[in-house]
Design a protein around this ligand. Structure first.
Ligand code: SF4
Ligand code: SF4
Length: 323
């Protein structure tokens, strides 16, 4: 028994470091995509906010060495996790290249020993958003985006600061799919793509706050326009949505008010309203009107496109014709 593979809807891998075969159509796990890279970024599951393993490399190296040694003793430890470190997180190979869960089924002939730490199913269930998005990509798309983390050792690969995949993947399946298709048609690597489209890795443009707008602009577009035009259109669309919100938002009370993430209008719209507009509760009819308004504006911006001009939508923004 190993962690689920391929198109399974189940949570996957998470530090077990199962190395998949290298067939072209085999999907892999973000937690351990190949024999070189492994992630332990969410172990143990309860940690201080903003914890990053890169801040603790020296002490973690000692800890991982000690944990591996203790686990290989005739009577390995078996106690609950104490504090923010787990005795089962350690080096998985003698060279200290791969770091992961010593109790994972992949390390124990299929036997899942993770209940020994007292977190029960939480260890098996935990999966970060980047990993969930990665699992939803096609095999070829996974290989394409993984190039951004080429050469990172386990500490850098596990760091949200150092590993660009933890940022880029939050743009979601649809936006990533549009850009990997564009790169395939132009023969670009992922590194070349983000050099040409720097907004994809810009820390000031949080993907979850902008993803909905990007989806609306790229929907039905033959291909993403050049970066300048796309960024101009994103900003223009955001300004329009913000103005609509300022002028029309009726308040978060009333019988028709719902929590935005429970409105049933999709995760991307919910993230945009919560993280971009700062609204967590709103009347459902208002949310539907906002959705229609953004879609209408995005259509107009796409309609103004002049493919290949480099001024795709920025030109529309400067005219301000759809106020
Ligand atoms: S942080 Fe994400 S990619 Fe890393 S081990 Fe956890 S689930 Fe896997
Ligand atoms: S038992 Fe394994 S999965 Fe759970 S926190 Fe420890 S190292 Fe991570």
């Amino acid at each position: 028994m190993g962690p689920p593979r391929g198109n399974s809807a189940e949570p996957v891998c998470r530090t077990g470091v199962e190395v998949m075969t290298t067939g072209q159509d085999v999907k892999v796990f973000l937690c351990a995509p190949d024999s070189e890279r492994s992630c332990f970024g969410c172990c143990p599951p309860i940690r201080p906010a903003h914890y990053d393993p890169l801040d603790w490399v020296g002490s973690l190296k000692r800890e991982f060495r000690d944990n591996r040694r203790a686990f290989r003793q005739p009577s390995p430890p078996g106690r609950p996790i104490v504090g923010f470190s787990c005795w089962a997180l350690g080096y998985l190979d003698a060279q200290g290249r791969r770091i992961g869960c010593l109790l994972h089924p992949c390390q124990n002939g299929g036997r899942d020993l993770r209940d020994r730490v007292g977190y029960g199913s939480k260890c098996a269930r935990e999966q970060c958003l980047a990993s969930r998005v990665f699992s939803s990509l096609k095999a070829g798309e996974q290989r394409f985006w993984l190039e951004l983390a080429h050469g990172l050792n386990a500490f850098y690969y596990s760091s949200r600061r150092a590993n660009p995949l933890f940022h880029v993947l939050l743009w979601g399946k649809r936006v990533l799919g549009a850009f990997s298709s564009l790169a395939a048609s132009r023969g670009w690597s992922a590194t070349e793509l983000v050099w040409r489209y720097p907004f994809l890795v810009d820390p000031k443009r949080a993907p979850r706050a902008w993803r909905y707008l990007a989806q609306m602009l790229l929907e039905s577009a033959p291909a993403p326009p050049p970066n300048e035009g796309l960024e101009g259109a994103l900003n223009h669309l955001a300004q329009g949505a913000e103005a609509f919100f300022r002028e029309r938002f009726p308040g978060q009370g009333g019988a028709e008010a719902v929590f935005v993430h429970q409105a049933g209008l999709g995760q991307s719209l919910a993230d945009f309203v919560r993280l971009h507009l700062g609204c967590h509760r709103a009347p459902l009819p208002f949310l539907r009107d906002l959705q229609d308004h953004v879609r209408w504006r995005a259509q107009r911006l796409r309609g103004a496109a002049s493919p290949g001009s480099g001024r795709w939508m920025a030109r529309q923004g400067s005219h301000g014709t759809d106020g």
